[in-house]
Design a protein around this ligand. Structure first.
Ligand SMILES: [Zn+2]
Length: 120
């Protein structure tokens, strides 16, 4: 059996919308207010209304996990709810998925199908 190699990646304080990929690292975008987390994805102030409308239409509002506080920027909101800027990846895992997950609050909502300790 091959050895399991684990590597830690620092994703820093980069913030981007998981729906439109717009970056919120510098003004004026960094000063925009609002946003939500739908499942494990962060929706920026521009995308949030569309995502919320869709969630209502498909009776999926329970998947809205978090909302920016009144007056809170999308950038501050995302950095506040992140568990950490570090992600530890085992060999063979999907690095892009793990980074996306930790950007939106950690590994708490990781899909079962991607866990190695459960049968698929
Ligand atoms: Zn967006």
């Amino acid at each position: 059996m091959p050895a399991i190699v684990q590597t830690a990646y620092d994703i820093g304080d980069h913030v981007e919308c998981d729906f439109c990929s717009r970056h919120f690292d510098a003004k004026p975008a960094a000063a925009e207010i609002g946003g939500i987390v739908f499942e494990t994805k962060a929706a920026c102030p521009d995308c949030a209304p569309r995502i919320e409308d869709s969630a209502r239409r498909y009776h999926e509002t329970k998947f809205i996990r978090a909302r920016a506080r009144a007056g809170e920027t999308f950038r501050d909101f995302c950095l506040r709810i992140r568990a950490s800027n570090m992600v530890v990846v085992s060999s063979g895992e999907n690095i892009g998925e793990l980074i996306e997950t930790i950007k939106t609050g950690g590994l708490i909502n990781r899909p079962t199908a991607n866990r190695r300790d459960e049968p698929i």
